[in-house]
Ligand binder design. Structure first.
Ligand code: 13P
Ligand code: SF4
Length: 302
């Protein structure tokens, strides 16, 4: 009898499929992925791929973005309910209202957002390119949706702009509190602190390095330090330990875990390849408008 991994390999070949996975999905799913990375890397891979089918081991905004960027491909989500709560924490009405207040307004939309929010935005960003893109925009007034924490981080890096933050947040990164980080630093005084910009500002202020998941991993690889405190979802530990087998990694707290990312299992990856579930559909009118914001990101991030 074939193992699930062997079944996946065979189905992938038969169907001309590629598996993209984010660092937060379970280890065994990362292990069978063709490409694994942060949101920016994965969106580039989704656009470039020549495979017929993209299986996206991640949450719905990732699959939606892949479909919008490469509409002739079939995009499948192993779990149809794996969704990012932050993606819904802004509204089209709020964006429209903001546009009536500021004449010179750019709406910058974190890729962790619904396709609908992308349709009313000027440009998308990810955590690895947000600072670069906001700096490059001609507008002084920027409405940054949906993540208020990433907005605050960008505002600090780009003080010449008036960044109006929205009040969305990632529930996983918000649980990593400044107090918990202080305790972890006392426990591991030698450790370098690497955190994601979705964390609250007081956590970012205590960090040695702030970056996307991929940036955290490359920083740990290149650092002379041997011990690290990690302030992001614990799924990154799989790649960190693989790339840096001699280094030691501690989470700020127990259970830094995104329950939506963890819905993606090997069985569900196999079943989605076998049965064509759950296929992402984006209405044409939404797709065309959202594509502009995503393409502008890819252009400005180069
Ligand atoms: P990055 O991998 O782009 O840093 O994104 C983190 C995240 O929260 C994805 O949902
Ligand atoms: Fe959304 Fe946070 Fe989960 Fe990323 S970690 S998918 S931002 S809830």
């Amino acid at each position: 009898m074939k193992s699930i991994k062997e079944e996946i390999e065979q189905l992938k070949k038969e169907k001309n499929a590629v598996i993209l996975a984010h660092y937060y999905v379970p280890d065994e799913v990362q292990e069978i992925a063709d490409y694994i990375g942060d949101s920016y890397y994965l969106s580039k891979k989704a656009k470039e791929t020549e495979a017929e089918i993209i299986v996206f081991a991640g949450v719905s905004f990732m699959g939606e973005s892949a479909k919008i960027l490469n509409p002739s491909k079939t995009v499948l989500m192993p779990d149809g309910d794996a969704d990012c709560p932050m993606a819904h924490m802004a509204s089209v009405e709020k964006v429209q209202k903001m546009r009536t207040i500021y004449q010179d307004l750019a709406v910058v939309c974190y890729i962790n957002s619904t396709a609908e929010l992308k349709t009313v935005s000027d440009v998308c960003v990810t955590s690895s390119n947000a600072v670069k893109i906001v700096k490059a925009l001609p507008n002084r007034n920027i409405f940054f949706i949906p993540d208020g924490n990433l907005a605050a981080y960008v505002a600090e890096q780009v003080p010449e702009k008036n960044i109006i933050p929205n009040d969305g947040y990632c529930p996983v990164h918000r649980e990593i509190t400044p107090q918990l980080l202080e305790q972890a630093k006392k426990k591991y005084p030698q450790a370098e602190v690497l955190v994601h910009p979705e964390c609250v500002q007081k956590v970012l202020q205590q960090a040695d390095f702030i970056g996307s998941t991929s940036e955290i991993i490359s920083h740990a690889e290149q650092s002379f330090q041997k011990e690290f405190i990690i302030g992001t979802e614990e799924g990154v530990l799989y790649e960190l330990k693989k790339k840096c087998p001699d280094k030691i990694f501690h989470c700020v707290m127990e259970g830094q875990c995104c329950s939506d990312m963890k819905k993606v299992t090997l069985e569900k990856v196999r079943d989605s390849l076998k049965n064509g579930t759950y296929e992402i559909q984006v209405p044409e009118v939404v797709s065309q408008k959202a594509l502009k914001a995503l393409d502008t990101m890819l252009e400005l991030a180069k």
